[in-house]
Design a protein around this ligand. Structure first.
Ligand code: OYP
Ligand code: FE2
Length: 573
């Protein structure tokens, strides 16, 4: 049926001006300057209410405010979300308190004993991970379609850090053969090199910076060929290389080290920085520089819901002093901030646009990268949606160039929120409809698909502790004499493991209060053209959702993290 749109009205001179709430207007559409004053006033108010804050030196900017109570009322959780968040947190903490008391008397004596903290209501995939985590194929698969699909790249040459000691000529030949065939891939955790590890209750924890070389087989499986746990150091013998043919416990421990490194890089770089914090920059910049009448404001606003509050909660409880990272994660107590600062240098515009990012990483034609396939498809659907909206409101490139609010907004993101990201390819101005479309598509994809693809895998891949340990309690092995006991001494103790499960469950559980991508009920546009564009977006998303469902039914391991019905419309958890 027809929606009802309330009107704003105000008196200007002798006239009363009425404006239906759903009207979208650019500054230059308002030839008689009827609304000029109104939008200037609104922006002035917004710039007072939404102030940039600063959390840590060298990090992209957050909203100002030390707790969620300092946030603008509109940005706070509504009752249903607030209640769901508090009750589910209370529930996981209660479980932790009750079951955790026994952890002081019982110990992990075998790898299978991590079953003690494994959730009873697990996902099907988490069960598979528990049963098959030692397999090389599942280890390789995670770089393609696991919790962190952002690190893997196709090798263009053998990495400089991979120093092959004498006697490794066979491996050299194999690597060169794969490289030549274009089937050599790498996952390089150099970002972690030199990060100061945490000390937890007087016990030193450990961090490594591994390199994994993998080969892509014609059956689509990605298999590890060699693992180097630390980069070479000047004046030291080259670091040990671990091979699939090594004694099983030595090879397993090397893979566990990689999984723990991936946990750190995933949570901090891919999930927190590139998902949560990036979405917040876009939200704050938009609230500060686009008035509610602006069509691009109307297009983006649904993708900001709850982001400022969840990020404020994360800054105060997760990555704060005495927060969860300090308590149980190997990079906590400062290393995590160092990692976020280093990762800031990698925030390139191209890396936020899957068509460019996947091309740069050589993943476009990798059929077994379901992440790549779905990310590309979702990007295209969002891009068509944005393109149609842009065409409705901008008749040509000149109208883009001459929209002063739009230009200020773009600078606010790049120069202020992202601390001058123009040298990393972010635009300082928007010169055409095509550039505008790409920038807005990047904004929506970041707040939705980018976050979903790094958030939704947590429960599946981190419920089985050895597959993604939050900390390591022993240094990386320096010999291949490794026993199961050595591995258990290095893995998280039972209390740490239970804490990992507690927060993985809290963050990863199904969100009962959620709006799926494109499904917001607020009607920001009254224009029938714009409403038809939204409807078409929803239809294209529904088709994609159905096709993924059908595809997944015939797969051994389904990939669900970019299913439109699973992707939230904004970063809310
Ligand atoms: C806020 O009182 C959030 O303990 C989570 O996180 C948990 C709390 C508060 C705890 C409140 C309390 C919101 C949003 C986020 C994010 C990105 C980074 C996720 C890192 C997860 C690490 C899990 C750690 C397991 C050991
Ligand atoms: Fe998240």
């Amino acid at each position: 049926g027809e929606a009802f749109f309330p009107c704003y009205s105000w008196v200007q001179g002798k006239e009363t001006i009425y404006l239906p709430e759903g009207t979208a207007l650019k500054v230059n559409d308002d030839t008689k300057n009827l609304f000029r004053k109104y939008r200037e006033q609104e922006l002035e108010d917004r710039r007072n209410v939404y102030r940039w804050g600063s959390w840590k030196e060298g990090l992209i900017l957050p909203i100002a405010g030390s707790t969620e109570r300092d946030l603008p009322r509109n940005q706070r959780f509504m009752e249903d979300k607030d209640l769901d968040f508090s009750l589910s947190l209370a529930k996981v903490l209660k479980d932790f308190a009750i079951k955790g008391t026994l952890d002081f008397v019982s110990r992990v004596q075998h790898l299978e004993d991590y079953q003690k903290v494994f959730p009873h209501s697990k996902t099907a995939l988490a069960g598979r991970v528990r049963d098959s985590w030692k397999e090389d194929a599942l280890f390789g698969y995670q770089f393609l379609n696991g919790a962190n699909p952002m690190l893997l790249r196709r090798s263009k040459r053998l990495p400089a850090r991979l120093v092959l000691p004498p006697g490794m000529e066979d491996l050299q030949t194999q690597l060169e053969k794969e490289l030549k065939a274009g089937s050599l891939f790498e996952a390089d955790f150099s970002l972690l090199d030199g990060v100061k590890p945490n000390v937890i209750i007087f016990k030193q924890q450990h961090v490594a910076a591994p390199l994994v070389m993998l080969k892509l087989q014609s059956d689509g499986r990605l298999l590890p060929m060699v693992i180097q746990l630390q980069p070479p150091r000047h004046g030291c013998p080259p670091p040990l290389l671990f091979l699939p043919s090594d004694p099983p416990m030595a090879w397993l421990l090397a893979k566990i080290w990689v999984r723990s490194s991936d946990f750190q890089v995933h949570q901090l770089q891919s999930h927190l920085l590139r998902g949560h914090l990036m979405a917040e920059v876009i939200s704050v910049a938009t609230m500060r520089s686009l008035p509610s009448l602006h069509p691009i404001y109307k297009l983006l606003a649904p993708h900001f819901r709850y982001t400022m509050e969840i990020n404020t909660l994360a800054r105060n409880n997760l990555v704060s002093e005495w927060g969860i990272f300090d308590l149980v994660v190997s990079t906590g107590s400062g290393g995590h901030v160092d990692i976020l600062q280093r990762a800031t240098a990698c925030l390139t515009y191209r890396s936020f646009c899957p068509p460019d990012d996947l091309a740069d990483r050589g993943l476009l034609d990798v059929k077994s990268s379901l992440y790549a396939r779905d990310a590309l498809r979702l990007w295209e659907i969002i891009s068509r949606y944005v393109g149609r909206m842009v065409e409705l409101f901008y008749k040509n490139d000149r109208e883009v160039k001459e929209d002063p609010e739009l230009q200020v907004w773009c600078r606010e993101v790049t120069e202020i929120g992202l601390l001058g990201a123009q040298d990393r390819g972010f635009p300082l101005s928007l010169e055409s409809r095509a550039q505008l479309c790409r920038f807005v598509t990047m904004c929506i994809f970041t707040c939705t698909g980018q976050h979903a693809s790094t958030h939704l895998g947590q429960l599946d891949w981190y419920s089985w502790i050895p597959n993604g340990p939050c900390t390591m309690r022993k240094p990386p092995p320096t010999s291949k004499n490794v026993t199961e006991g050595d591995i258990l001494d290095a893995l998280p103790c039972l209390q740490q493991a239970r804490m990992q499960i507690t927060f993985t469950k809290f963050l990863g559980r199904h969100q009962p209060v959620m709006v799926a991508l494109g499904q917001h009920k607020e009607e920001y546009f009254s224009d029938p053209g714009a409403r038809a564009v939204l409807k078409q977006f929803q239809e294209e998303l529904a088709v994609m959702d159905k096709e993924i469902e059908v595809r997944n039914a015939s797969l051994d391991l389904p990939y669900e993290y970019l299913r439109p019905s699973m992707v939230e419309n904004s970063v809310t958890i």
